[in-house]
Design a binder for this molecule. Structure first.
Ligand SMILES: [Fe+2]
Ligand SMILES: [Fe+2]
Length: 316
């Protein structure tokens, strides 16, 4: 619904009509033996718990988790927390798009323009002179372009929103591009290709909505190895791709987390792999820094203690 209220801004007493993501729904029985549903609802700006009173078991069973819904109800306060009291709720249907339903409005999304970022990345890809790497990138993005543009880069921490994977990748690619000027001995084509593909496995590890859990294969195998699998699949379609080049590229992907305890099966052993590892870490840390100082509940000069940075961050 166009002009629907953001969940981050609703207050007790508001009426609400629009579209939300249904993250969870399950039935419970009240003290007087009546069935009701507990819900978790969300939009791009936040989440809220919900209650749906006097409801049939069959209605609850008709909904699934992680489903966009059209919903009507009101906001109430219960034990110091806001709660959505549902009056009506149904699954999304095709006509809803005419009334402003847009999936991107329901999940946190990159603040940058996806088409512009994609255009910048394509421009950099065309700079790659090595024909096999060009071919490989072309084949991978012919298959995965849409996912690559819409997936998050993480569930939490850095770039955990739709489009986050593209935003993070582009940033890492721009950092390494500068480093190639600084260190002219680097194999520029290999560094750029490694940076572009370093997190490609996330399209198998995650799902489009950052709040959804990882896929089964993502949980058990993970994007470092899944990225290598994607590269191997496309490599097999290219005749005469030099094996040596494939191994050097694979090494960048498989070592990009830099340490065994961060999930890298190999430590970086080429200058190109070291550069991608540091650029990746730098981009993740700087964007995490801003996300922590923007979202931390302590609004003073310093944030609360942060485990990843092992200290309180200074807002300045
Ligand atoms: Fe990664
Ligand atoms: Fe990364």
């Amino acid at each position: 619904m166009r002009n629907q209220q953001n969940l981050s801004q609703v207050k007790a007493g508001d009426n609400f009509k629009g579209f939300l993501m249904l993250y969870k729904i399950y039935g419970k029985t009240s003290k007087i033996g009546k069935l009701y549903a507990n819900l978790e609802l969300g939009d791009a700006t936040g989440t809220i718990e919900g209650r749906w009173w006097d409801i049939d078991k069959e209605i609850i069973e008709n909904f699934s988790e992680m489903q966009p819904v059209a919903i009507k109800g009101s906001i109430e306060e219960w034990q110091d927390k806001l709660q959505f009291k549902v009056e009506k709720m149904r699954a999304i249907c095709e006509e809803d798009e005419l009334h402003g339903f847009d999936f991107a409005l329901l999940v946190p999304t990159t603040p940058y323009n996806v088409d512009e970022m994609w255009g910048e990345l394509i421009d950099i890809i065309t700079e790659i002179a090595e024909p096999n790497l060009q071919d490989l990138l072309g084949k991978i993005f012919a298959r995965y372009e849409e996912d690559f543009k819409s997936f998050p880069a993480a569930h939490r921490l850095h770039h955990s929103y739709r489009g986050g994977l593209l935003e993070h990748t582009l940033s890492v690619v721009k950092i390494v591009k500068n480093l190639c000027e600084h260190f002219p001995r680097l194999d520029r084509d290999l560094v750029l290709t490694g940076a572009i593909l370093h997190d490609i496995g996330k399209i198998k590890e995650y799902r489009e909505d950052p709040r959804q859990s990882s896929t089964m294969s993502g949980e058990l195998i993970g994007h470092v190895v899944q990225g290598w699998e994607i590269i191997l699949d496309e490599y097999r379609q290219i005749e005469y791709f030099p094996e040596n080049l494939l191994i050097k590229l694979g090494h960048i992907i498989l070592s990009h987390h830099g340490k065994y305890e961060y999930g890298s099966p190999k430590l970086p052993k080429t200058a190109e792999a070291i550069v991608v590892n540091f650029a990746d870490d730098l981009d993740a840390k700087v964007s995490l820094f801003y996300s922590v100082i923007d979202n931390d509940k302590d609004k003073g000069e310093f944030t609360y203690y942060n485990q990843i940075f092992e200290g309180r961050l200074y807002r300045g």
